[in-house]
Design a protein around this ligand. Sequence first.
Ligand SMILES: Nc1ncnc2c1ncn2[C@@H]1O[C@H](COP(=O)(O)OP(=O)(O)OP(=O)(O)O)[C@@H](O)[C@H]1O
Length: 231
Amino acid sequence: MTLLLDDITLTYPDGDGRLTALDRVSLEVPAGGLTAVVGPSGSGKSSLLAVAATLVTPDSGRVLVGGVAATGLGRADAAALRREAIGIVFQQPNLLPSLTALEQLEVMAHLGGRRVRGGVRARAGELLDAVGLGAQAHRRPHQLSGGQRQRVNIARALMNEPKVLLVDEPTSALDHERGAVVLELLARLTRARGTATVLVTHDRGHLGVADRVVEMVDGHLGSVDTRTIAG
Ligand SMILES: Nc1ncnc2c1ncn2[C@@H]1O[C@H](COP(=O)(O)OP(=O)(O)OP(=O)(O)O)[C@@H](O)[C@H]1O
């Protein structure tokens, strides 16, 4: 199993007590699988992604990335694991304004501190082709549409060949049609590149692209029958 969350409990300080954001949550995502997480506001979806990304340490439970324990690591080891094995796509692309699409990807490889097979530039160009932006490789963010920026964001997250791809509301700034293009792309890349992908989304209209849909309710995770929410 490429991403395994095992019996995760996460609490936050809340006045005199603690608020339980994740209550004994377990989730398995295989290589090449896309799991969508839906659920009401405040149900714990972002907390789940933050724990999977090793950005937040749970009170109890284990996170395994490619069979390697990601919980209980020191700060430096957790940062190295994130750089090498985890790609993160946030809601807002946060591209660097002065860099071209190609350069946004190249920077990631240098931050990763390792040689990318076939050369950094070649890989960046290949990923931009894969997200349909080969012709826009030399444009800066202000010369791209919102959907195109989000596609650069996804390509950038894949630059260091992560095992796990964590994606938070990638379509929130896009209309339905452009959102559909981004999610179909995500599903295709997940299968082609064998990432274990977790997608948090409010948008139930596009869940057909997922292999599996789970629902967070009040910190608990349950399965959803996609046939009941398709369309
Ligand atoms: N840093 C924090 N400190 C205290 N409480 C927090 C913190 N972050 C989140 N929470 C609380 O934990 C619960 C889960 O929040 P979380 O952000 O994971 O939900 P969500 O499902 O992602 O919500 P949304 O869809 O609105 O983004 C909420 O009750 C929230 O208020």
